[in-house]
Ligand binder design. Structure first.
Ligand SMILES: [Mg+2]
Length: 235
């Protein structure tokens, strides 16, 4: 455990589209869970990027004209389906370019605490990161997840509270940096005055992400040194 006072900044990584591309399995797991519990699928697939798992399930339920009370059952099934898919994830998807090199480099810096801010429910986040060997550099216990709040914009304080409660590290929102791939990642940071770096390895382009007001927008996470410099600036 880092000594209190050493850590000056927490970097909260989104998972899908930022560190990992789960490939077709990412959405298939949703379809399996929805079909298993609800017996059918909507005519068109829900757009998932940047949304929390509970929000995606809510939109599935809405598209099918069903009640939100069915959500916990679908989320429980989603956890089971992801666990069952764990061993096929490495064939379906991949770690995104530069992700592991960046995490490895940042993990060496004792001024930083590395965790996640993701729409995935917590168990599925661990499965996805573990499948691509990225979990070893991230403190997943202090992360914030879709299972904590359906609204991504509420998640930075969740991560900061966990960091204080579990590690004795008290940081202000302005000491948090969110790294994500969608306008919703930016919004999660902006909502509380945290910083953000957006990366165009998901479904949004550099141009689209560049209009939001993030601290930086990158094509991808390759070229480790400049990204480390960006995330450790002014420390
Ligand atoms: Mg994402």
């Amino acid at each position: 455990m880092p000594i209190d006072g050493t850590v000056k900044r927490v970097v909260l990584f989104d998972i899908d589209g930022t560190l990992v591309n789960a490939g077709p399995l990412g959405a298939e797991v949703f379809d399996r869970a929805v079909e298993a519990v609800l017996g059918r699928l909507p005519a068109t697939r829900i757009f998932m990027s940047g949304k929390t798992d509970p929000l995606i399930v809510r939109e599935y339920l809405h598209a099918l004209g069903l009640d939100g009370a069915l959500m916990p059952g679908v989320l429980a099934r989603l956890e089971r389906e992801m666990a069952a898919a764990a061993f096929t994830l490495p064939e379906s998807g991949r770690a995104l370019p530069g992700a592991s090199e960046l995490l490895e480099a940042l993990a060496d810096d004792e001024r930083l605490h590395l965790s996640v801010l993701t729409g995935n429910i917590a168990p599925n986040a661990a499965v996805k990161l573990g499948a691509f060997g990225l979990d070893k550099w991230l403190d997943l216990e202090t992360g914030a997840y879709g299972s904590d709040n359906e609204d991504r914009a509420q998640l930075v304080p969740v991560a900061l509270d966990r960091l204080a409660a579990l590690r004795g590290i008290r940081l202000a929102p302005s000491q948090a940096w969110v790294v994500g791939d969608t306008p919703r990642d930016y919004e999660a940071a902006r909502a509380v005055g945290a910083h953000s770096v957006l990366v165009a390895t998901g479904r949004f382009t550099v141009t689209e992400l560049g209009q939001l007001g993030a601290d930086a927008v990158l094509a991808d996470l390759t070229g480790t040194d400049p990204v480390v410099e960006l995330l450790t600036a002014d420390l």
